[in-house]
Design a protein around this ligand. Structure first.
Ligand code: 5AD
Length: 310
């Protein structure tokens, strides 16, 4: 099996399932070691650091898993001002972090008001990467933000299975529209990221293989995955968290399938697994996100229970 690992793309579904489910600890370790080796060869030894700016926790959506879903009570809602955003970018830049990731709830009207801020960031830092993660927006807004200077966009597909997608989201949200956005972002020339939660309620190993196949088809530049972690006051509060080990194996498989992709070891992984960011790097990830959100607002960006970095 291990000889074929470097050829992960060509593994049949059954072999991918086996890698995800196997109780053979030595096999799992070889998978991660091989991924790390490929990462070092293809991406080099540098771990890339991104500056995460949690811009707003106001969201029009009501995703069943999410701590900033519209109907969750007790969330103190905030949106950073343009001045605050620029201060976050200045801090990141001065720390030697030239990639700003503006992430927030889905809120098209507010996202539109970000256009001048994006333009200002681009003028101040012509060489910086400006990454947006603002959910599903009208295509013309994606285009306007791109024109203002944004060059990357993260939009997780969450699950590649339409029925599973429907069970994680309220009526009115469809996998199809999510994928249409992802394809449009690519078409507009954004470096585009997708990804899924691992171990979300109802997810099977088969679904994870579907996620890998979907990503093979779309070929994203970036892939963000993390374990599902239940959040109090959401419909999924009593479901168990996803598995850190499965997340690590997926990171490894993704590195082998998409050697060039930028793949973060996420905060969700580190929340479940102490040292998770470092352990994720050793399993094939090459990116870490440092939080630059102002301290006063961090706790309010409460996606899941126990989030580290607050
Ligand atoms: N557990 C883990 N990840 C979550 N996200 C949202 N809620 C949770 C949760 N309860 C992830 C989603 C989303 C990203 C911003 O955070 O995948 O795309």
């Amino acid at each position: 099996m291990i000889d074929t690992l470097k050829n992960t793309r060509n593994l049949p579904d059954s072999a991918l399932q086996e890698l995800l489910e196997s109780t053979d600890a030595a096999l799992a370790q070889r998978l991660k070691d091989t991924a790390r080796e490929v990462c070092l060869k293809v991406k080099g030894p540098e771990v890339l650091i991104r500056g995460l700016i949690e811009w707003s926790n106001v969201c029009r959506n009501d995703c069943l898993y999410c701590g900033i879903r519209r109907s969750r009570e007790g969330v103190v809602r905030y949106t950073l001002t343009p001045e605050q955003i620029l201060q976050c970018c200045d801090r990141a830049w001065n720390d030697g972090v030239p990639t700003f990731v503006l992430q927030g709830g889905e809120n098209p009207a507010a996202a539109k008001s970000l256009i001048p801020t994006v333009r200002e960031i681009r003028e101040r830092y012509p060489s910086a990467a400006i990454t947006l993660s603002l959910g599903e927006l009208p295509f013309e807004l994606y285009a306007a933000l791109k024109e203002a200077g944004a060059n990357r966009y993260l939009l997780r597909h969450e699950t590649a299975n339409p029925e599973h997608y429907a069970s994680l989201h309220p009526a009115g949200m469809h996998l199809e529209s999510r994928l249409a956005c992802i394809r449009e972002l690519k078409r507009l020339g954004y470096e585009t990221g997708m990804g899924m939660m691992v171990g979300s309620p109802g997810q099977t190993t088969r679904n994870l293989v579907e996620d890998l196949r979907l990503m093979q088809e779309v070929s994203p530049h970036m892939i963000g995955i993390g374990p599902f972690i239940p959040q109090e006051g959401t419909p999924f509060e009593n479901y168990p968290a996803g598995s850190a080990e499965t997340t690590l194996r997926l990171l490894a498989i993704m590195r082998l399938m998409f050697p060039e992709a930028n793949i973060p070891a996420t905060t969700a992984l580190a929340t479940l697994l102490p040292g998770g960011k470092q352990i994720g790097i050793l399993a094939g990830a090459n990116v870490i996100m440092n939080v630059y959100t102002p301290i006063t607002e961090r706790k309010k960006y409460d996606l899941y229970k126990g989030k580290t970095d607050v």
